[in-house]
Design a protein around this ligand. Structure first.
Ligand code: GBH
Length: 446
């Protein structure tokens, strides 16, 4: 694609896939309906002290019942692409065995409804809601979970297959590794570094096995991984900071990118983990061939840069959002997109998440004025536009998120949506940013 400059405007390539994203546990609710089993996020969020205000996804934005109204909202926005995830425990309550037809039917209705409205579905197979039964059997520490995932993926491919043009395998393996197993802020709430990197390997293996499962069905759909990438910059210009940044980048980015796109884990990270680490001991012959099975596209999620000090710590450089981990730095979007293309070649890229939480309030006049989100998106869209002009094959961009939703450990306090959700009534109110985005889409630019 080529970006053509217009008079005072940033015009995007023709057919650019303007979109928005969500995930199953964060919006669906209906936790006990139609044969859905329990996931590790049900367990985690129902455990006292794990989420803000004890919030759970039991009801969330009630999308499971309001999907048709939500599809109309997407049509009114003018979305060309909608990224959502399938809940594994709706398809296999215990993580194995025959697929649950009622679960498949829900997603079939969703996919059909998108096509009826001229919106392309993009489907993530796993956005963190692992069936609890599989966790009881060891979860992602157990190599077998990767094979269970491939079976589940096969059931979803066969159930929805011909209507889905783009599949994404595992959402943000790094977040499972870091938040689930290093820091314990996410399910399953562990703090075990040695386990964490074995989990990374099994998530990568699961990705590769799912790619192979799709090919085995004969499908012509496209598939790829979804990585949250962090541009890492040295905090000062000392050689020690440069070296520390290099290793930090290995853990944040190359561990995932290199294994899928080059067929090897980064040597510096493996050396740092050591021969006795569970990751190094857990790599079986042939695993890297599976993990690096050719993909059709790479999904990039960008929220924040990281500034690394000489001793391997981090410092804040830019103003943060409502989320204290997020520094606002639009240039990071340009840097990460151009870097991926430079280092890994011209693999097509989709941005599958980028967004900002705002302290949104419903005004007395019934509107939500989220000017900060508009400025944030405008600056990040402009950075993406420059990346396209620099040769990055970026084909679509999904704002996180379509709706306010269950923000994991932050519960419902953080609002990330283009559309406000009044949880007491479940009424949807497009924010000012939604009206602004509608205009960007119809103009195909800024
Ligand atoms: C994405 O993760 C997720 O894919 C999406 O589900 C989520 O709603 C969205 O971003 C917004 O957060 O408090 O130090 O434990 C982005 C990566 C990983 C960033 C978890 C925040 C918590 C940091 N996120 N992390 S900490």
């Amino acid at each position: 694609p080529t970006a053509t400059p217009g008079a005072g405007t940033l015009r995007f390539p023709r057919d650019f896939g303007w979109g928005a994203a969500t995930s199953a546990y964060q919006i669906e609710g209906a936790a006990k309906e139609d044969g859905r089993g329990e996931s590790i996020w049900d367990t985690f969020s129902r455990t006292p002290g794990r989420t803000r205000n004890g919030d759970t996804g039991d009801v969330a934005a009630d999308h499971y019942h309001r999907w048709s109204e939500d599809l109309d909202l997407m049509r009114d926005l003018g979305l060309r692409s909608y990224r959502f995830s399938v809940s594994w425990p709706r398809i296999q309550a215990d993580g194995t065995g025959r697929p649950n037809q009622r679960g498949l039917d829900f997603y079939r209705r969703l996919v059909d409804g998108l096509h009826e409205r001229g919106i392309a579905p993009m489907v993530t197979l796993f956005h963190w809601d692992l069936p609890q039964s599989l966790q009881d059997a060891g979860g992602w520490e157990n190599r077998d979970t990767a094979y269970r995932f491939a079976d589940y993926a096969d059931a979803v491919f066969r159930g929805l297959g011909d209507q889905v043009p783009v599949w994404l395998t595992v959402n943000e393996p790094k977040t499972v590794v870091q938040n689930g197993y290093l820091w314990g802020h996410h399910a399953p709430g562990r703090q075990d570094p040695d386990a964490a990197y074995l989990v990374a390997h099994h998530l990568q293996l699961a990705h590769g096995l799912a790619v192979r499962a799709l090919r085995a069905t004969g499908s012509t759909a496209r598939i790829g991984p979804a990585f949250n990438l962090h541009p890492c910059y040295p905090a000062d210009d000392t050689p020690a900071a440069a070296a520390a940044t290099r290793l930090y980048d290995g853990y944040e980015n190359r561990l995932y990118l290199d294994s899928v796109l080059t067929g090897a884990y980064p040597a510096d990270v493996l050396a740092d983990l050591g021969e006795e680490s569970r990751l190094v001991r857990g790599i079986a012959d042939g695993d890297l061939e599976i993990i690096s099975s050719p993909v059709d596209l790479l999904a990039v999620q960008y929220y924040t840069p990281i500034y690394v000090t000489a001793d391997g710590g981090t410092v804040q450089r830019w103003a943060t959002s409502e989320a204290e981990w997020q520094q606002i730095h639009p240039e990071g979007m340009y840097d990460i997109l151009t870097r991926v293309t430079r280092d890994y070649g011209p693999v097509p890229i989709t941005v599958t998440e980028n967004g900002l939480p705002c302290p949104d309030v419903l005004g007395a006049d019934g509107t939500v004025d989220d000017a900060g989100r508009i400025a944030f998106l405008r600056d990040h869209f402009a950075a993406a536009h420059r990346a396209i002009a620099a040769g990055v094959p970026l084909e679509s961009y999904h704002v996180w998120s379509l709706l306010d939703n269950f923000e994991w450990a932050e519960g419902y306090d953080q609002r990330w949506g283009l559309v406000y959700v009044d949880y007491a009534t479940q009424r949807r109110i497009p924010k000012r940013s939604a009206h602004w985005y509608q205009r960007v889409i119809s103009d195909n630019g800024l």
